[in-house]
Design a protein around this ligand. Structure first.
Ligand code: SF4
Ligand code: SF4
Length: 186
């Protein structure tokens, strides 16, 4: 995916840098991020290339990439980057940007998890695993028939086991103070 001369438009790059807080123009394409990333096998665009595409204004291509959705935020890339470009933070921003742009989710299940996770944090101020997994499970169904699928049954059994062992609680623990502080961040 090589940018053509007519696609050079840095406004998308500038707005990405200012909205994400990541100085993408500090990237000089040394590829150390990509060479250390453990998830490149699942990506369609390598991390360094995605940054270049953002710099030169390839907004549609960046929003259509599955790379931000499979990034695990492990931070290997940012620790290797000589310019401290915060790639995981950028990936997080690009997920949000793609969702806000109305583009069809490239990875619907990951997009459903991301949206459910963010709603969970906004609502409770921290992750409430039981609510998170229950809603995510419902959102990721592809039809009513999926309710009885082996995957769902296994997940329900696992969830009940974890509740039984005290690893998850059925009743959300809510701290009003924490919730208010997190809401301010949003
Ligand atoms: S390691 Fe940093 S400077 Fe090098 S390509 Fe990746 S983001 Fe750019
Ligand atoms: S944070 Fe994402 S892009 Fe960076 S190394 Fe980890 S998986 Fe790769």
């Amino acid at each position: 995916m090589n940018p053509t001369s007519e696609s050079f438009n840095t406004s998308f790059g500038k707005s990405t840098a200012s909205r994400s807080g990541v100085d993408i123009f500090a990237c000089y394409q040394c590829e150390k991020c990509t060479n250390g990333c453990p998830l490149t096998f699942a990506m369609d665009v390598m991390p360094h290339a995605l940054i270049r595409m953002a710099q030169v204004g390839m907004a549609d291509e960046v929003r259509a990439s599955r790379t931000p959705w499979v990034c695990a935020s492990c931070e290997t890339c940012v620790t290797r980057c000589p310019n401290l470009v915060d790639v995981p933070r950028l990936m997080d921003f690009l997920k949000q940007d793609a969702a806000e742009s109305g583009a069809a989710p490239v990875e619907p299940d990951v997009a459903a998890f991301h949206a459910t996770f963010m709603d969970n944090i906004r609502l409770f101020g921290r992750v409430q695993e039981t609510v998170l997994m229950g809603i995510y499970q419902l959102k990721s169904l592809h039809g009513p028939g999926d309710l009885a699928s082996p995957n769902v049954i296994e997940n329900v059994k696992l969830g009940l086991k974890m509740v039984g062992k005290g690893r998850m609680s059925l009743i959300p623990r809510i701290s009003g103070k924490l919730r208010d502080r997190v809401r301010k961040l949003f």
